[in-house]
Design a protein around this ligand. Sequence first.
Ligand SMILES: [Zn+2]
Length: 226
Amino acid sequence: MMQKKENKLTKTKYHYDNREYIILNKCPHCNLDIHPTVENTYRFENKSFHIHVLSLTCPSCRNDYFVVNKCEALSNAQNQYLFTIPEYTFRNESLIQNTSKKFQNLYTQSVHAELHGNHDIAFFGYIKSLEVLVKDIVIIEHPDSEDTVLFSSLIHCLEKFHSTNIHLFSKKLLEVLKNDYLHYQKGPEFSSYTELVKDCIDYFLLYLELLQKTFSLNEKRKEKEA
Ligand SMILES: [Zn+2]
């Protein structure tokens, strides 16, 4: 059976001691969706900025981590997320573990770029991650086409090897994937494009999992027949 879609890593509000902090929804150690416990808070400040550090413990794996927020030194300023120590990895996420190291590197960097507010880099990073993922999948399914695949564009690979899947894509997603970034213009809907690309990555992560399960089933069948 196909694994249930894992929840996305997002920033979330966390209320503690009459203050609103911004933390990630998952533990950086075990990757579970958790509501962490506060162990301690620290505060650094000068005339311009206040830095808030939360020391948190995961209720599931019991490991500690820090989340760092900043805010401008106005009485009503909102906290902004800076980073988590240790940084989030996808070590324990089964769907990501199925993928190539190349995909994992690009994808992790894109996620961190997005968390740090580098939305343009994140957008291009997700598109390139999708390209690596789609090409890895095509090479598994069509090993003879490796040379063609490596020198084809993402959209060409999708049209040639995933023509049935591509029918499921929205018009907007296809438009985003078909155009190189000369055509891309940052508008108010920009962030929704990133979400479309991320959903598409999730789709192919599930597809890859199913593909690998089918492959291992076939191998077992062959072993039995031998
Ligand atoms: Zn944990």
